[in-house]
Design a protein around this ligand. Structure first.
Ligand code: ARG
Length: 485
């Protein structure tokens, strides 16, 4: 091994390739704090495997593992100079162990090492995001249950459309977030594969055990092809894409709440509002406006990744170093927005009387009246015409009766049950009629809540199982390290 003859301080070869004036430009140290713990774990797993395979002597493994403990205790800020965290940790180990510390980098490269570190850290971030989204969905489900009977205006094209319930409205976002959860969990499966042991791109002559390092690090399997292992970053854009989708869901909810707050349809907590520096009367929904804006951060991250990754030749290229922070930025921005949105919804109040009064406006009950006429045998298109005419004449029961005479040449009482028509003109009973599967009637909302509860339990279980698998891997790695230290 060549490093045996080199002084410890130059074991990582920076005598000639120091980077010169481009040193800072080359360095990823500014972003690498995030994968400091990951790199320590990857180093430990690799060294344990090397020792188990007889590639590195047990004594050397023990010295390196002790040095890694010391490097960890000193912290990221105490690392020696290095082009990146991988090199800096290796230098720190060599400083402590001497040239034999350089055996740590046997049978691997920074290419498989950094790819492993990113995946190791990202799966933690994805799992955090999943747990946050699940918690938000629980908030939405609880609020939906509490407001299952609270009638509110429903809008299409931002125009009053049909009365609905707050419960039904909130569950529409819970369902969207359920799919966002599924996309994150799906991405997790492909993040959680180990590239370690792929080496630079072309494998290694050493008798390494890639499955063993994967197990020690809690990966479900290995990225089979060594070139693919170090080059692939599709797991980054897949995760960022799932986060961008999630940010779109959040942005729609935030936009709704901004509009609802403006119309007095929801009362946001002061904790999630802001005021003006000049206009003392103002209570602005700033936090939700910022939640809405996070879709821009996530889309920027996704675009940054796709553009950076486009057309890269095989195998590792330094462009990849600049790809990673796009994913970190997206995961941080979106996760924070999830928590804030959840807090805003959990503390929001729905003013029932105002909501019901507003639900009646704009002849929102019209479709329900047409439905009643159609249920009595009037072709829906004709019923639509009757009710449209009634709307122009004020949209009350008298107007419906007059339109009925005009269009059908018969009194309303001969066409339909007048009480049923009157009920359709009342927002609460109008909503209660629409009890089809997935509908807004309190009974239908109740049923959807059952589906929501079982999906939530399943997703929470899946996240917990993944968390436990990671904890078990940490224990395995600790045991592996203990057996040499
Ligand atoms: N800091 C680098 C990154 O983030 C590590 C890999 C460097 N590998 C290399 N062959 N230059 O990608």
């Amino acid at each position: 091994m060549s490093e045996g003859s080199e002084p410890a301080s130059t074991a990582v070869r920076r005598d000639r390739f120091s980077g010169g004036p481009a040193r800072d430009f080359l360095s990823s140290m500014g972003a690498d704090d995030r994968i400091f713990q990951a790199d320590l774990a990857v180093d430990r797993a690799h060294v344990v495997m090397l020792a188990e395979q007889g590639i590195v002597e047990e004594d050397d493994a023990a010295s390196i593992l002790r040095a890694l403990d010391d490097v960890e205790a000193s912290g990221f800020g105490a690392l020696p100079d290095g082009e990146d965290v991988h090199e800096a940790i290796e230098t720190a180990v060599i400083e402590r162990v001497g040239p034999d510390g350089g055996k740590m980098h046997t049978a691997r490269s920074r290419n498989d090492e950094v790819a492993t570190c990113i995946r190791y850290r990202l799966r933690e971030d994805v799992l955090d995001a999943v747990e946050q989204v699940v918690a938000f969905r629980e908030v939405l489900a609880d609020a939906a249950e509490a407001e299952a009977e609270t009638v509110m205006p429903g809008f299409t094209h931002l125009q009053p459309a049909q009365p609905t319930t707050v419960g039904h409205y909130l569950l529409s976002y819970e369902r969207a977030l359920a799919r966002d959860t599924a996309r994150l969990l799906d991405a997790y499966e492909r993040v959680n594969q180990s590239p370690l042991g792929g080496a630079a791109f072309a494998g290694t002559p050493f008798d390494i055990d890639r499955q063993r390092t994967a197990e020690l690090l809690g990966f479900d399997g290995v990225v089979e092809n060594a070139t693919d292992a170090g080059s692939a970053r599709d797991f980054l854009f897949e995760t960022t894409s799932a986060l961008a989708g999630l940010s779109l869901t959040l942005s729609g909810l935030a936009e709704d709440l901004v509009i609802f707050a403006n119309k007095g349809l929801v009362e946001l907590s002061d904790d999630y509002s802001s005021t003006s520096s000049i206009m003392p009367q103002k209570k602005n929904p700033d936090t939700l406006e910022l939640v809405r804006s996070v879709a821009g951060d996530a889309a920027a991250g996704l675009q940054g990744l796709l553009t950076t990754l486009k057309g890269l030749p095989r195998a590792y290229n330094r462009d990849l170093q600049n790809a990673t922070p796009h994913a970190w930025g997206a995961v941080d921005a979106v996760s924070e927005a999830v928590e804030v949105a959840a807090g805003a919804v959990a503390t929001a109040e729905w003013p029932a009387e105002t909501l019901e009064a507003e639900a009646e406006k704009g002849f929102s009950c019209a479709t329900g009246v047409a439905d009643v006429l159609a249920m009595h045998g009037v072709p829906f298109r004709t019923a639509h015409e009757v009710v449209a005419d009634a709307g122009e004449a004020g949209g009350d029961l008298d107007a419906v009766a007059a339109a009925c005479e005009d269009v059908l040449g018969k009194p309303l009482g001969e066409v339909a049950d007048v009480e049923a028509v009157a009920a359709a003109l009342d927002p609460a009973s109008n909503v209660a009629m629409r009890d089809s599967r997935g509908g807004p009637a309190p009974s239908a909302v109740e049923q959807t809540l059952g589906v929501v509860a079982s999906d939530l339990a399943a997703d929470a279980d899946e996240a917990e199982a993944k968390r436990l698998a990671l904890d078990a891997a940490t224990d395995r790695l600790d045991a592996g390290v203990d057996s040499y230290e």
